[in-house]
Ligand binder design. Structure first.
Ligand code: HEM
Length: 155
């Protein structure tokens, strides 16, 4: 279960990033050209939030079974001084949680704005902030202490 969940969580990261990039592209384009907020824009807004929520559920599930998170919670005082345990036990999980909350607020705010240009602006701003936090909190393959592969095999 653990390797499959870890590989799925790793893979879904690319979907989250792709969805956010498409949504942000639509949002800035619509904001600056003052065009109509189309059904496609709305679908992109909604799918981006849905994919982020799927990743949140995978992340929470992973947190329960991950040896890193378990070790962190079991021995907090020592673990907090170890880079990888602190990263997965606290930093990554908390920052991603905040980022997904921002995507959620952004999706709802965008939906509720009555004027199309305000919808684009809300989606552009909330999703951009969320994307920056996510990019900064991913354990990239080039991260010095928390390096993880770009694609993890399922078996
Ligand atoms: C957009 C949101 C998120 C992205 C893009 C993301 C991305 C990633 C990536 C790329 C890894 C490394 C996977 C690997 O080792 O191959 C990872 C690991 C992990 N993530 Fe996330 N994550 C997100 C949200 C979350 C959340 C919300 C939680 C928990 C509340 C979480 C908990 C974890 C844990 C515990 C691990 C390490 C598991 C282990 O190695 O034992 N993630 N995440």
């Amino acid at each position: 279960m653990y390797p499959t969940l870890l590989a799925t969580h790793s893979l879904v990261r690319w979907l989250v990033l792709a969805a956010l990039l498409v949504a942000i592209g639509c949002a800035y384009n619509g904001w600056y050209t003052n065009r109509k907020f189309s059904r496609f824009d709305n679908a992109v807004r909604q799918w981006t939030a849905t994919i982020a929520h799927i990743q949140l559920i995978l992340g929470l599930w992973l947190y329960v079974i991950s040896p890193f998170a378990n070790q962190f919670l079991k021995d907090f005082n020592n673990s907090v001084h170890q880079r990888d345990l602190r990263f997965f036990g606290m930093e990554h999980s908390l920052m991603m949680f905040i980022a997904i909350a921002l995507v959620t607020v952004g999706a709802v705010t965008t939906k509720r704005k009555p004027v199309d240009n305000d919808k684009f602006r809300a989606m552009a701003i909330w999703y951009t902030i969320a994307l920056l936090i996510i990019v900064a909190s991913i354990p990239w393959v080039f991260s010095p202490f928390t390096s993880r592969p770009n694609f993890r095999p399922f078996f």
